[in-house]
Design a protein around this ligand. Structure first.
Ligand code: FES
Length: 134
């Protein structure tokens, strides 16, 4: 199965495939999920549509500096570890799409606070903004 994450303009990340999403030590298997990247959802890490009310703006490209790393382990499941007060840590082979750009990755740190200057990747801005989320 091909695992994929799409960066939606002004909206969430759409993840599809064999997903294992871990939050505060509890994990859940899913085949699709809309993951908040504006930081405003009341149902983090999932999107609840709050990006509209907070007028989140992001074109949905893959950032000025594409930050991907890791080796293909052949694992079929994409592990999405939700870091407390920080990014989504994505481990496993995934196709990341944003606008016309596509890249393959084995490890990604994706912003979920909405403040990164290099979206969709985390650039550490969550610390400066005091982002708090389980
Ligand atoms: S989670 Fe947004 S900059 Fe790290």
């Amino acid at each position: 199965m091909t695992n994929s994450i799409k960066v939606n303009p002004n909206g969430p990340l759409s993840a599809k495939g064999s997903l294992n999403i871990s939050v505060s030590g509890a994990s859940e298997e899913k085949s699709s999920a809309y993951l908040c990247r504006c930081g405003a959802s009341a149902n983090k890490p999932y999107c609840d549509g709050a990006h509209k009310a907070c007028e989140f703006e992001d074109a949905g490209g893959l950032g000025e500096h594409q930050l991907t790393s890791g080796e293909n382990t052949g694992a079929e499941t994409l592990e999405i570890n939700v870091k407390k007060n920080g990014p989504l840590v994505v481990s496993g082979h995934v196709t990341l799409t944003g606008g016309e750009e596509v890249c393959q990755s084995e490890r990604l740190f994706l912003c979920r606070c909405g403040a990164s200057k290099n979206r969709p990747y985390c650039d550490g801005s969550h610390k400066a903004t005091g982002f708090e989320a389980d």
